[in-house]
Ligand binder design. Structure first.
Ligand SMILES: [Zn+2]
Length: 485
């Protein structure tokens, strides 16, 4: 077996158009920009799910979220790629703190080391498991969450942000202690510290996954990072107003361009914050792996900044959520194609990793390896791209809960959206309407009919008894020759 390693870095809710590599006017992430110059940037990468559970299910299983039993929790029959790596003798290390990706949701499978912050999760459905310590933490947390008491206390404390950033920088291990009280737990210094300490000691082929939550709302970056991308800071009271009032209850306010600009400054500063720590990880990677290492940097989904009347990343499936950054750096390959414009999907990442190690890609994987693209070879063009999730009244639903299907299909410059709850359909011609503002549903009846065919055929696949054997059959059931999209 070749001595190869893969490092997957995922940054929750990172929009590509807030990075210079995707023509953003600010350089929010200078260290990332410098590192990815060694590899390929994918200018048209899309997620198959608009929020964490559906997106990560697609990334880890290379199967669309609705198929093979759903996506949250991951059904155990849905193989995730770390299982394949482990079976083939690769050491696997994962660290994240997104509650949707924990052991409870079956993401731990195939990992030799899996740090997910789960030990702080109160398991309300398992009362017998509660020990006194867990119980007291649970009630303390509940108390602090009462009317947002903790946040109000912290925001009200002068210099809190300075103290927080000082503590985070100097004593990353304090995260373990504060973990139960903060909504978003492991922060960038903690994750980078854990990962770099491990990498320094480890010396064999490996797969490492590090997920960063800092760019995820609420946006409350250290002032230093705000000042790195903007000429003035935003005071804590205003940050609190933006994060807790505007972001959560936009209907109460007139969303002015000034409000949007300020939110974006805070968001950009969070990107800058993560980037300032990624610097250490990139330095170590380059020092440790002079060759035979594939580094993939991506996001699970984007973030809405009121383009279509939404904030956050739930309840809609527009491109501000579906477009993701994707960089692949093949260390040791100096001839990598720098810019790749092919439309690629998050389900392509698992086969890419398996392919790079040289293992055979399971038949159940719906994505394709991107290794040929970065090496200048071509791959067959995807006919269409499906992204999907469950939601109800704009709130994400896992498949165990009662939710409605929200789906988009993209093909040859067109995009179709179906919202089951309101039986709503939208059709956009992205080539002339990239912002998805002009619904052509009544004008393009032929196109609509074609998209409905694909949609219905896809929904039929969901109900197939043995999905694993029927996936490919169901796909070939669609007669592409007669679909002119
Ligand atoms: Zn996410």
């Amino acid at each position: 077996m070749a001595h190869k390693s893969v490092i997957l870095i995922t940054i929750d809710a990172l929009r590509p158009d807030h990075l210079k590599a995707y023509n953003y006017y600010k350089n929010t992430a200078p260290n990332l920009e410098k590192f990815v110059k060694k590899g390929s940037v994918f200018t048209n990468a899309l997620t198959n799910g608009p929020e964490t559970p559906s997106a990560f299910s697609s990334l880890f299983t290379s199967i669309l979220p609705f198929l093979s039993g759903g996506f949250s929790p991951l059904p155990t029959q849905k193989l995730i790629f770390p299982q394949i790596l482990k079976e083939n003798g690769i050491y696997t290390y994962g660290i994240h703190s997104n509650p949707n990706l924990g052991e409870y949701f079956n993401y731990h499978r195939g990992f030799d080391v899996f740090l997910d912050g789960e030990r702080y999760k109160e398991k309300q459905d398992m009362p017998n498991n509660r020990i006194i310590k867990k119980n007291s933490l649970y009630f303390l947390k509940k108390l602090l969450n009462y009317k947002n008491l903790f946040n109000r206390l912290m925001y009200g404390l002068k210099g809190f942000n300075k103290i927080k950033s000082l503590l985070r920088n100097r004593f990353p291990f304090l995260t373990d202690i504060f973990l139960p009280f903060t909504p978003i737990a492991y922060n960038a210094p903690y994750v980078v510290n854990k990962v770099t300490s491990f990498l320094k000691k480890y010396d064999k082929e490996l797969f490492l996954w590090a997920h960063f939550m800092d760019v995820h709302s609420p946006f409350n970056p250290p002032s230093k990072n705000v000042l790195a991308i903007n000429n003035s800071d935003i005071i804590l009271r205003e940050r609190s107003f933006l994060n807790t009032e505007v972001y959560q209850n936009p209907e109460k306010y007139t969303i002015s361009s000034e409000i949007l600009d300020k939110l974006k400054i805070l968001y950009d500063a969070e990107i800058n914050y993560v980037d300032s720590y990624l610097k250490y990880l990139f330095e170590l990677i380059l020092q440790k792996f002079p060759k035979d290492c594939l580094v993939i940097i991506t996001a699970d989904h984007g973030e809405s900044f009121f383009e279509h009347g939404f904030f956050f990343h739930q309840g809609n499936i527009y491109d501000e959520l579906l477009k993701i950054p994707l960089f692949i750096v093949e260390i040791g390959n100096d001839n990598a194609i720098k810019t790749i414009n092919n439309i690629v999907q998050i389900i392509d990442i698992a086969p890419t990793i398996i392919d790079y190690f040289g293992f055979s890609i399971p038949d159940t994987f719906q994505g394709k390896s991107l290794i040929p693209l970065i090496r200048g070879e071509s791959i067959e063009r995807e006919k269409y791209i499906i992204s999907e999730t469950y939601q109800k009244n704009g709130i994400m639903k896992r498949n165990g809960e009662t939710g409605y299907k929200l789906l988009s299909i993209r093909a040859y410059g067109w995009k179709y959206i179906y919202n089951e709850q309101f039986d709503e359909e939208l059709l956009f011609y992205l080539k002339s309407d990239p912002e998805e503002k002009v619904n052509l549903i009544t004008k393009e009846i032929a196109k609509l009919t074609q998209f409905r065919k694909i949609r219905d055929s896809h929904f039929e696949e969901m109900t197939a008894v043995d999905e694993f054997s029927t996936i490919s059959k169901a796909i070939t059931k669609i007669d592409f020759k007669n679909i002119n999209l």
